[in-house]
Design a protein. Structure first.
Lengths: 464, 1001, 187
């Protein structure tokens, strides 16, 4: 693309602009790298206090759970899994958008991701941290959870490699470590610049350590480029694999409503869906609160919303296919469960899921909706809620009425369940706020690459 | 008792256990404590010093408390305290069985008590008892928990202050002497006196106290039956149905299949499992207003208002007389036939055609003396009169009905007499009132006799500081029956002995007879140191056949060892039918709502209220736990706009009661039912559970009340039930076949293609354990559940957790209704871990905590479990149980003593489930290996199978084609639940059979 | 060399190494076997296995009678000691203590040396029946003045032998394995 030029075409047809106004390398640095130096505004402290309090409360209740037992939650027989696993799947899903943006779009050379990649990648990591919390605390004896790792022990016992839960352990931990490396690698040059800019001696020390001796030498850049490309490739595979593996927890079981071959793709799509919604939500806030309108443009948001619309249609298809398979299977247990999804005691949850995930995003067919804050925030919220309830439908409704009616039982969450759910949101936003405060939320090096006249020297040369 | 049991108040309590020597000599060489099976022993001779108690705690609580954290080894490993002198029959780690006898109301049942190092841990039946070999009543099984109930009285108290035994004895004797000197009568208010020796003691006491009044009263009985039988036979008798001889049985709202009497269940079940569709099978009719467990097994069930049952029975009799030429007994010519015609009585369900079939079948069976009519003990006199008349006409007496005179001189009295005695007591007419057993303050709620607390002339002798004890000044702690001596007559002529399996847990506790002996001595009556001696002496004089070549000591030792001594049955009393007429004339059919009060199958009259196992034991019909909701017919509930858990106020005249409602399909419209025994006001577990139905009972003790008002009141009280959905949703889960359907070959195998597997079948080198459950024999009594609970240390979780669906029972009895709500057909099917060959739970456990054993067991290693609960999600039968909270670690002695030392006590956060009683399997395997042989068929019997009175559960090795279980698994009725999933369960079910009357299907 | 490079090339690896070293040290220091092996508490009676089982060659089963009848070998009752000591060495203080205990019925609290967790249901019978010597697990007791634990008795020990029992079985006995399924020991 070329520098913005006045065009005779109507606005809809102009080339989207991912930079507003006059941005130079210097102005960019001053704008982005200045944040960590500056004392944050009051509103930041207010927000931080709030989210931190939520997180703290959440951890309090987690402590209470560990001390007293899973019995303080609503889980029962037959609904042995409920909020715990719902939240796990939900948060892992949120993570996916980040990797998709920072890695996959990178491989596709979609330069519009440059400005938001750092940010969404950070969200990935925080989301996966929240997710990782739940499998740990949901077990009956968390202090023994390390038994899930295959390590040689005197008991001569080994883990069960047939169990999807074990696959989860590997999938999620790999995903987390790769994302972390990917994100950190991208940070190194910016950390180096921070090191150079800062005057504060302590900060200088810290940045020195973190920037791993980066000097921006040509050799550094060459290695950096290679490493970044490789990690992007790795992460790409993981985006698809992780949520597929998570979906195996269900697909591999015999529970009617879980035992579905469509689950892997369907879960991945759902994950990206929820992730993008979350990115949009946070992006809007950051853009406004940190005055980044010139770097994160409305065009950015519009593209995101287009993706949401697209994936929403994909979800609609998945829902339909799932229902169709269920009907076509002629399996009475499956038929029963699918009726329960939309009728029955918890039918409302199914209806809510459908309307939030399929109906709401359809407004994005209209350009004005795609570019309007209220609409996109509303839709993003809908999708977030909808995707959480989708997991509720899959897990709780499927479990509460399975094969033997004699074992059926209703499920009722307790306040502790809700407290821990809120706590996880608190944790997530606390981390986001901290990130926005102490690290550059935008990868200056990457944005510099899309500054006018900067193109030829990226990614081993593009179009000259 | 040796005087080392004397203790001063304030002195630390000490626990006693002693295995009496085989000879049964009282105070025989005490075997001692042992919690750590290495032989941690703490002999009773040891003075009660703090040290021993502390060690004691350490040893006892260990198995419960350390189960979780014991994976790590710590510097100190505790102590091993061996016996100082080891009784030769005790080998640490090897259980001893002692023959004893359980009694309750009018029934006595010989049992075996399993003890480990002198500590009873399980109750089983006595194999020598012909009526029910090896079968124990389910409440007897639960009683081992009652033995270790921490609420039990530990020392005598006067006006609420603990007093030493000597002082208590002195006070008791003083009261009695005063009464005698003032010429005042003395009242002994007790429960049914079944034991001849106890009766002898009372007679002796009567000599010492000329004005002694003995009132023996069973609160859970209607009294109608007694009145009828007394006038029929001219004296109190005991009546036992003998279904094994019957071909056609008619039950008038009787619950004789409840399992309270394993004998009748066994006999009935024996007639319900024909080899083939052409083989003979007992046909069972039931007529009832309340939906009883027994009725739910009927081939044809008539929904008849309870008040109309007499009319119904007479209607059937009329059919018999007029159509089938059955002769009425002599003196019955002017029998008043009921005004209402038979067809007018019948509700939905079985109708006139079935009624005619019933008459036809009864008549046919009567020719072979194989007809039987049983009526529920709670029913009014007219029903019993009609039933007796039917039995007389059908010639059942002596054939399918055993009648024998009450074994003692103290027959139970009706409620009116009992209340009379209490009235006099209230007015202070007695110099001494001794309440022994029972719980009159609960059975007569708000009676003025108990209005005043700690009444000086009242003495309470019992296990607990219960409602009655609170009214008595002097409270004497009674020993549990497992700590006591006694003798009974379980069947005509058969003598059963009760011997203590341990010495009373608390030194100041002694059995009621022992206290009375003390009193007797103090009053200058016959001197006897010890009730055991008193019993033995009576046996030497009366039970030992004079001409017997066996010396008495040998005879006595053998009797104690066997627990039974056969004798000659007394001649059955002769009936005089004419005496029935007055009772029959009383027969009336009322309109308006009828309330049926019946003894709770869990708590009987409330005496087991403090037993957590029985409180949490799901009612076999409603599956309700922890309470006695009011059963209402669906139609009535609809009319009053009531749902499960809504609250209602019941009123009968002045008497009122509030209770939650439970809508019971199959209950006849206009009939409501409430279980007695709940609404206790004392004891930590029993207090406040359910409502006290006795408060509705009138003076006449009539337990079927007509014209009861029911009104809905605000508020809800959800009923904790273990099953919340009652229909099969058209799934092929519990199969039920009529004989004709079976003959047509229906229900065999399964529809659809056989499940295929891509994987090679598993190899089972030595054994392949499996189980067969015959649904045609199973009556759904749920006794197996209690046996399992006792054998496998299954915890009690309480009503709130049951409401959440977290009960821990390893075996549940699924009960489904089919057909219309007004007249459903109920099926019962025990559901436990199916030990699938391709168990879905196994491959999802990330840590391999559950996996397959080489002998086909789905094994669960508690200590490896981290509690992901994935296995339970993936179990299609939902038979896995999760310890959502800590249920047991906080248990201290005496509670912790009930644990079976062969089974791990599970901590919070781990999954558990039925193991097929692997501890018994392993024991048998080890024994076989050491003796160098193979495990014999039938050598391994899981607790549920051992307890099942219907012998519906058969366990064995499926690898041996000749084993009983393999043969049954090949039967024509065999099927597997959810076979289409291809999980290959090791449990095979045999379809239930219904012997539906011809031309009514 | 540039200071940043020095950091990257020296301090990072050194730091990593230090962390690893710490982990290994702590891990080694806290391994359970260090508490398990060689535990030899002082007993209420200074009973010498070396004297009785060693020099006097009294068979183990004379005192530990349970070993063929029950899961547990059992600790002898005071009675058993007095079978001999009613006549021999009656004057030694320890024996006096024994006699006193027998007279008063006072119990002897022996210190437990070998303790398996409560969820382990070890059964002596099959092991003895297979001809495995007591010493295989309990060490050369007949040479111990004070009994001490020789095998750490962890699950690894059990399985090691169950998987290859050859060393433990008496010479000439057919090669066989012990059961390895959970239920063999856990219930």
């Amino acid at each position: 693309m070329s520098a913005p030029a006045p065009s005779p075409l109507p606005e809809e047809l102009t080339v989207p602009r991912y930079l507003e106004g006059e941005v130079t390398a210097g102005s960019l640095d001053d704008q982005v790298l200045a944040f960590p130096e500056r004392k944050p505004p009051l509103k930041w402290f207010v927000a931080f206090a709030f989210t931190a309090a939520l997180a703290a409360a959440g951890f309090g209740f987690i402590g209470y759970t560990v001390a007293t037992g899973i019995g303080v939650w609503g889980n029962n027989r037959p609904v042995f899994w409920a909020f715990d696993i719902i939240n796990f799947v939900f948060w892992v899903g949120i993570g996916h958008a980040g990797t998709l943006i920072s890695a996959i779009l990178f491989l596709f050379r979609k330069t519009w991701r440059n400005a938001i990649a750092r940010f969404s990648e950070a969200m990935t990591i925080f989301a996966v941290m929240c997710a990782g919390l739940f499998p740990l605390i949901h077990v009956g004896r968390p202090w023994l959870a390390f038994w899930l790792f295959p390590y040689p022990n005197q008991r001569a016992l080994w883990t069960n490699f047939r169990s999807p839960l074990l696959w989860d352990v590997f999938a999620v931990s790999t995903y987390f470590s790769v994302s972390l490396m990917f994100w950190y690698l991208g940070l190194v040059p910016d950390l180096a610049s921070l090191r150079e800019r800062t005057t504060h001696p302590l900060r200088k020390k810290i940045y020195t350590v973190l920037s791993l001796g980066w000097r921006g030498a040509a050799s550094h850049w060459v290695h950096y480029e290679k490493a970044y490309l490789l990690l992007a490739g790795l992460a790409t595979g993981l985006v698809l694999s992780v949520h597929s593996v998570v979906s195996f927890d269900f697909a591999v079981s015999v529970v009617p409503g879980w035992h579905m071959t469509i689950f892997p793709p369907y879960f991945v799509a759902g994950a990206i869906f929820a992730g993008f919604a979350m990115v949009v939500l946070v992006l809007v806030v950051v853009r406004e609160s940190m005055d980044l309108q010139n770097l994160i443009t409305l065009d950015h948001l519009e593209v995101m919303n287009k993706v949401i619309l697209g994936v929403s249609c994909l979800m609609a298809y998945s829902y339909f296919m799932e229902a169709f398979t269920a009907w076509y299977s002629m399996n009475p247990y499956l038929h029963h469960i699918f009726r329960q999804y939309v009728s029955g005691t918890y039918g409302w949850a199914g209806i809510l899921t459908l309307s939030c995930n399929v109906l709401a995003p359809q407004v994005f067919w209209f350009r004005r909706a795609r570019r309007s804050y209220p609409v996109m925030i509303l839709v993003a919220l809908c999708v977030t809620v909808g995707m959480w309830f989708e997991r509720f439908v899959i897990i709780v409704i499927s479990l509460h009425q399975d094969f033997l009616p004699s074992a059926w039982h209703l499920y009722k969450p307790t306040p502790v369940d809700f407290a821990i759910l809120l706590g996880s949101f608190g944790l997530f936003f606390t981390l986001v706020l901290l990130f926005a405060r102490i690290l550059p939320v935008i990868a200056t090096t990457e944005v510099k690459a899309i500054l006018p006249g900067a193109q030829p020297h990226r990614h081993g040369g593009g179009h000259e | 008792m040796p005087d080392d049991t004397r203790r001063q108040p304030g002195e630390k309590t000490r626990y006693w256990i002693s295995v009496q020597e085989g000879t049964g000599e009282p105070g025989g060489r005490p075997a001692a404590w042992n919690e750590f099976p290495e032989g941690a022993a703490d002999p009773p001779e040891l003075p009660a010093d703090a040290l021993s108690r502390r060690r004691f705690l350490a040893l006892l609580s260990a198995s419960a408390a350390l189960a979780a954290a014991s994976a790590c080894s710590r510097p100190d490993r505790g102590e091993i305290v061996p016996y100082t002198e080891r009784p030769e029959e005790v080998t640490p780690g090897v259980p001893n069985f002692y023959a004893s006898c359980f009694s309750e109301g009018r029934r006595a049942h010989p049992v075996l008590v399993k003890t480990r190092e002198g500590r009873p841990i399980h109750v089983e039946g006595n194999d020598r008892y012909a009526a029910a070999p090896g079968k124990a009543p389910y409440r007897a099984i639960a009683e081992v928990l009652g033995l270790y109930d921490p609420d039990r009285l530990r020392e005598p108290s006067h006006r609420g202050k603990a007093v030493p035994v000597t002082e208590a004895e002195r006070l008791l004797a003083e009261r009695a002497r005063e009464a005698r000197s003032q010429g005042l009568p003395v009242l002994l208010f007790t429960e049914a006196v079944l034991s001849p020796t106890r009766a002898r003691l009372l007679a002796e006491l009567g000599k010492a106290l000329p004005r002694l009044e003995v009132v023996s009263y069973e609160a859970s009985e209607g009294g109608g039956e007694d009145r009828v039988l007394r006038s029929l036979f001219g004296g109190t008798v005991r009546l036992e149905p003998l279904p094994e001889r019957a071909e056609v049985v008619l039950s008038l709202e009787s619950d004789f299949l409840s399992g309270e009497d394993p004998g009748s269940v066994r006999a009935f079940a024996a007639g319900r499992r024909p080899e083939g569709p052409r083989e003979p099978m007992v046909r069972f009719y039931a007529a009832e207003g309340r939906f009883t467990l027994t009725g739910s097994r009927a081939d044809a069930r008539f929904a008849v208002r309870t008040g109309d049952l007499a009319a119904f029975a007479l209607g059937i009799l009329r059919l018999l007389v007029e159509r089938h030429g059955v002769a009425l007994p002599r003196g019955m010519a002017d029998l008043p036939w009921p005004a209402k015609p038979l067809e007018a009585l019948l509700g939905p369900g079985a109708g006139e055609r079935e009624a005619e079939a019933l008459a036809r079948d009864l008549a046919a069976a009567a020719r072979r003396g194989a007809a039987l009519v049983v009526a529920g003990g709670h029913l009014p006199a007219p029903v019993h009169a009609a039933a007796a008349l039917l039995n007389l006409a059908l010639g059942s007496l002596g054939r399918t009905l055993a009648v024998w005179p009450w074994p003692t001189a103290f027959p139970p009295v009706g409620r009116r007499e009992a209340e009379g005695a209490l009235e006099r007591a209230a007015e202070g007419r007695y110099g001494l009132v001794l309440f022994w057993g029972g719980n009159p303050a609960h059975a007569f709620p708000g009676h003025r006799a108990f209005a005043q607390a700690r009444r000086e002339t009242f003495v309470r002798m019992g296990l607990y500081e219960d409602e009655t004890a609170q009214a008595a000044a002097l409270v004497l702690p009674e020993a549990h029956w497992l700590e006591s001596w006694g003798d009974f007559e379980p069947r005509p002529g058969l003598r059963a002995l009760r011997q203590p399996a341990l010495r009373p847990l608390y030194p100041a506790v002694r059995q009621g007879e022992q206290w009375l002996l003390g009193l007797l001595g103090a009053l200058g009556g016959e001197k006897a140191e010890d009730y055991a001696l008193f019993l033995k002496e009576r046996w030497r004089r009366e039970e030992w056949p004079p001409a017997s070549p066996v010396p008495f000591e040998r005879f006595w030792a053998a009797a104690l060892h066997e627990g039974l001594v056969p004798g000659t049955p007394p001649p059955p009393p002769a009936p005089s039918a004419g005496a029935l007429l007055p009772h029959l004339e009383a027969a009336r059919s009322e309109t308006g709502l009828e309330l049926v009060l019946y003894p709770s199958p869990a708590l009987l009259d409330g005496r087991y209220g403090n037993n957590g196992w029985l409180q949490e034991w799901p009612d076999p019909v409603t599956k309700a736990t922890w309470g006695n909701p009011l059963w209402m017919a669906p139609a009535d509930a609809r009319r009053l706009g009531l749902k499960d858990g809504d609250r209602v106020r019941l009123s009968k005249g002045e008497r009122r009661l509030e209770s939650p409602v439970l809508v019971q399909p199959g209950q006849r419209e206009g009939v409501a039912a409430l279980a007695l025994g709940y609404g206790r006001e004392a004891l930590s577990v029993a207090r406040g559970v359910g409502t006290n139905g006795f408060s509705l009972l009138g003076g006449d003790g009539e337990m079927v009340l007509s014209g009861v008002e029911v009104e809905k009141i605000p508020g809800r009280q959800p009923v904790p039930t273990t099953q919340t959905h009652h229909r099969m949703e058209g799934r092929d889960l519990v199969r039920s076949l009529s004989l004709r359907e079976w003959a047509r070959g229906e229900g065999e195998g399964r529809e659809g293609h056989p499940p295929v597997s891509l994987y090679p079948d598993q190899e089972f080198p030595d054994h392949k354990w499996g189980m067969v459950i015959d649904l045609s024999a199973c009556v759904g009594c749920s006794g197996c559940l209690l046996a399992c609970q006792s054998e496998n240390n299954v915890p009690v979780v309480g009503p709130e957790q049951v409401l959440r669906g977290r009960e821990m029972h390893w075996i549940r009895i699924d009960r489904y209704y089919e057909g219309p709500e007004e007249a459903p057909r109920a099926v019962h099917s025990p559901m436990l871990c199916q030990h699938c060959d391709n168990a879905p739970c196994e491959n999802v456990c990330p840590v391999n905590a559950t996996n397959h054993s080489p002998d086909g067991l789905n094994q669960m290693a508690y200590n490896r479990c981290v509690g992901t609960r994935y296995c339970a999600n993936n179990c299609p039968y939902k038979v896995r149980r999760f310890n959502f909270l800590e249920w047991t670690a906080f248990k201290r002695e005496p509670e912790s003593l009930v644990f079976n030392p062969e089974v791990t006590v599970r901590p919070r956060g781990v999954m558990e489930k039925c193991t097929f009683c692997v501890q018994r399997i392993e024991e048998a395997k080890v024994r076989a290996r050491v003796e160098g042989r193979k495990v014999a068929d039938g050598e391994v019997v899981p607790a549920c199978a051992a307890a099942c009175p219907a012998e519906a559960i058969v366990f064995g090795d499926l690898k041996d084609p000749e084993s009983r279980v393999s043969k049954l698994a090949r039967s024509g009725r065999a099927y597997k639940v959810l076979e289409e999933l291809g999980v290959r369960p090791s449990v095979t079910y045999l379809a239930q059979l219904r012997n539906v009357p011809e031309d009514t299907e | 060399m540039h200071p940043y490079d020095r950091f990257a090339r020296w301090w990072l690896p050194v730091g990593g190494g230090a962390v690893l070293a710490t982990v290994l040290t702590v891990g080694w220091a806290t391994q359970p076997d260090r508490f398990a092996k060689g535990y030899a508490p002082t007993q209420p009676i200074p009973y010498s296995h070396r004297l009785h089982a060693g020099s006097m060659k009294i068979p183990c089963e004379y005192c530990h009678t349970g070993v063929r009848k029950a899961r547990h070998a059992g600790i002898p009752a005071v009675q058993t000691c007095m079978n001999c000591h009613a006549v021999t060495k009656t004057e030694s203080p320890a024996i006096r203590k024994l006699a006193e205990a027998l007279r008063t019925g006072q119990a002897l609290p022996w210190k437990r040396v070998h303790r398996l967790p409560d969820h382990v249901f070890f059964d002596h019978r099959p092991h003895v029946a297979a001809g495995i010597a007591c010493q295989t697990c309990h060490g050369e007791v007949q040479e111990m003045e004070v009994v001490s634990q020789r095998m750490s008795m962890r699950m690894g020990n059990c399985l090691g032998c169950h998987r290859d029992a050859h060393a433990a079985l008496p010479p000439g006995s057919p090669p066989r394995k012990g059961p390895e399924n959970c239920n063999a020991c856990h219930r």
